[in-house]
Design a binder for this molecule. Structure first.
Ligand SMILES: CC(C)=CCC/C(C)=C/CC/C(C)=C/CC/C(C)=C/[C@@H]1[C@@H](COP(=O)(O)OP(=O)(O)O)[C@]1(C)CC/C=C(\C)CC/C=C(\C)CCC=C(C)C
Length: 628
């Protein structure tokens, strides 16, 4: 009995596993744990007979003075632990780098011969299959090498080859289309690390590869090619296995018409059915719409994009689709060339919502309602999850857009004594506007949260849970105001450039200025800074009142909502800091263009992390100006 092998674990495998566990703890979901347990179980069960054979036939030997003693099928306990910890570490790394990945957007129908990229992927899929088939068959060649020198190599190829071949054949789509950093990195990093650990163990004699069963080539002094290949292949198996799992899960989650309710832990048979589903059966319009929506989110909102990666499953997809619906609507109205055009878009959106919520929302009717929209917008609008959303907040949102049209009417003709034409005259006008464009959004997000709550379709809602729900909806609506006030305080310059001013006329008058002056000076008029600060003070007061309710939301959505709210409110904190420093609130680009203030990426990630772990309760900036 000896501690040599145990020592390798203590020094080299347990510490990185613990570090990764600490980092990932707040990010790991139930389904991630399921994935890991599934993968570890498969790895252990599949490796035991093979490893046992290697030990029995003395390809590998362990000096008795290097191991604790207990064995299973001749495999030392420490070796069994190695299967577990290696699979665990590589899985954690994979989950970490793939948190933002929406796997569905990497799937496609490759059965359509008219598409040229389809030929390209088909060709690469075949190439991969030929490569892995050759890898498997090379075991025959190695087994014929003189004096059994190729035994270990042959055993690696025949053991791993068929599994890699099968995983590649099933999950080639994401394996081919995911960025390399999402697949190669979690293979290469642990492989390189384990090569170093293995070299140390071989040099110390913790384990030995018998000289008769290896080719005798070394990657570097101390590392046999067989060992190098073994770690490369095992990490590839883990990463391919996880990608296949994610591919299956993406199919299960993506198509409600095929899987109406996603179980918390989809059974292996359901996952297999999903993995074997022919791409010809994929609903490509849904995949394209979700891809478009995600493109929209990642390009337009860094805060909500960051937050979206904390959510998972159908809730995540629906939030992305809701965001994209709101964005498309807001952009169509904002970018319209005239008030008339903006009004036309609002009326098209109204017709679309009326059709979607009417009893007869046949495909033909929906297609008609969608016809006026550009194709990319159409793909997004068609996927609005109306079955999970009440219609009233959506119509209120359109009313909010109508207020924006009032500004379009003013475009190009800054009125002098026409302050009355600025729609936001008082704090109460501001609140009405903000509640239409933002409280509605909060309400819609929370409806999605409750709709997708695990077990919500089976649970009886008790009186108290309904009252908690109502309280959350009320506070969510308030939080929407806080976010919108922050948004307005940030965008004063950009809005002024577009001929808009959302700062209440009353507040500006108290500071001796007017909305016209705000527009003429592009937000630099005297008193604007104070008005912005007053708005932010209001935003933070409302935020302070309502943030506690986030902790009453269903557990599975709390962290994501916290991250969304905190990362957005951080914009307000940046603004307050800039004001305190007396510097400009906008950022100057290289070309001298003024851009709206933003949260630097490292700070955004830090805030997201704090919100995720629930440790960091967002600071409330000190109040310097009387609130309205
Ligand atoms: C995680 C994820 C994907 C969330 C999606 C959130 C979502 C659906 C946002 C919609 C955004 C949008 C484009 C709305 C149109 C109207 C509008 C412009 C509203 C303003 C958003 C600003 O977004 P952005 O900065 O990108 O806009 P501009 O570039 O200035 O045009 C708003 C500030 C409103 C955002 C409000 C919310 C997301 C509600 C937040 C509140 C909760 C989630 C509930 C909190 C719960 C409790 C219990 C307190």
């Amino acid at each position: 009995m000896g501690l040599d092998y145990a020592w390798i674990h203590l020094i080299f495998t347990i510490p990185p596993a613990v570090i990764l566990t600490i980092i990932l703890r707040p990010l790991v979901t139930k389904i991630d744990l399921y994935k890991i347990v599934f993968l570890v179980s498969v790895a252990v069960i599949y490796t035991i007979p093979w490893d046992s054979y290697l030990i029995h036939t003395k390809v590998w030997t362990y000096p008795p003075h290097g191991i604790l003693g207990p064995t299973l099928c001749e495999i030392p306990l420490e070796e069994l632990f190695f299967f577990v910890i290696q699979t665990y570490m590589t899985s954690l790394l994979y989950i970490l780098v793939n948190k933002p990945t929406v796997y569905l957007t990497y799937l496609f129908d490759d059965t359509d011969p008219r598409k040229s990229h389809v030929q390209y992927f088909r060709w690469r899929k075949r190439l991969g299959q030929v490569f892995f088939a050759c890898f498997t068959l090379s075991s025959y060649y190695f087994s014929t090498l003189p004096s059994s020198k190729g035994t270990y190599l042959a055993l690696i190829c025949v053991w791993a080859g068929p599994v890699v071949f099968a995983l590649w054949s099933l999950a080639y789509q994401p394996l081919l289309t995911l960025p390399r950093s999402k697949t190669w990195l979690p293979i290469i990093l642990p492989t390189a690390y384990l090569w170093i650990v293995d070299t140390i163990a071989l040099l110390r004699g913790t384990w030995t590869i018998e000289s008769g069963t290896k080719v005798g080539l070394q990657m570097w002094p101390g590392l046999e090619v067989e060992e190098a290949l073994f770690f490369l292949v095992t990490n590839t198996l883990v990463v391919f296995g996880l990608t296949a799992f994610e591919n299956a899960l993406a199919v299960v989650e993506a198509f409600p018409d095929k899987v109406p309710v996603v179980p918390t832990f989809p059974s292996p048979s359901l996952l297999m059915q999903a993995l074997f589903l022919s791409p010809a059966e994929y609903d490509t319009s849904r995949i394209n719409g979700i891809r478009e929506a995600l493109k929209n989110l990642s390009a337009k909102s860094r805060s909500f994009y960051l937050a979206s990666s904390i959510f998972s499953g159908r809730l995540r997809l629906d939030l992305i689709l809701l965001y994209a619906f709101c964005r498309v609507g807001d952009d169509l109205v904002d970018n319209a060339g005239s008030a008339e055009e903006a009004e036309r878009w609002i009326s098209h959106l109204t017709v679309f919502l009326e059709t979607s919520y009417s009893a007869d929302h046949s495909k033909r009717k929906l297609d008609e309602a969608l016809a006026p929209f550009p194709p990319a917008s159409r793909a997004i609008l068609a996927l609005l999850p109306t079955q999970a959303l009440p219609s009233q907040p959506l119509f209120s949102l359109l009313e909010g857009f109508t207020s924006d049209v009032d500004f379009s009417r003013l475009k190009g003709k800054v009125p002098n004594k026409e302050a009355a034409r600025f729609p936001i005259k008082t704090a109460s006008d501001l609140e009405i506007y903000a509640s239409r464009v933002a409280s509605t959004v909060a309400e819609l997000c929370l409806h999605l949260v409750y709709h997708h709550e695990p077990g919500s379709n089976t649970k009886q809602n008790s009186f108290s849970s309904m009252s908690i729900r109502d309280r959350c909806l009320k506070n969510g609506a308030k939080m929407g105001l806080a976010l919108q006030y922050t948004n307005i305080a940030r965008d004063v310059y950009v809005d002024a450039r577009d001929g808009r001013c959302y700062l209440p006329t009353d507040w500006l008058r108290e500071q001796g200025t007017t909305p016209e002056q705000v527009i003429e000076t592009h937000g630099r008029a005297d008193g604007v800074a104070e008005t912005r600060k007053r708005l932010l003070d209001n935003a933070f007061a409302i935020y302070k009142e309502s943030r506690g309710a986030i902790e009453d939301l269903p557990q599975y959505a709390r962290a994501g909502i916290r991250v969304a709210v905190e990362s957005y409110m951080e914009i307000g904190r940046v603004l307050v800091e800039k004001m305190a420093a007396g510097g400009p609130l906008e950022e100057l680009s290289g070309s001298g263009r003024r851009n709206r203030a933003s949260v630097p990426k490292p700070r955004r990630l830090l805030v997201g992390w704090g919100a995720l772990t629930g440790r960091r309760s967002g600071a409330i900036p000190e109040k310097q100006v009387k609130t309205g």
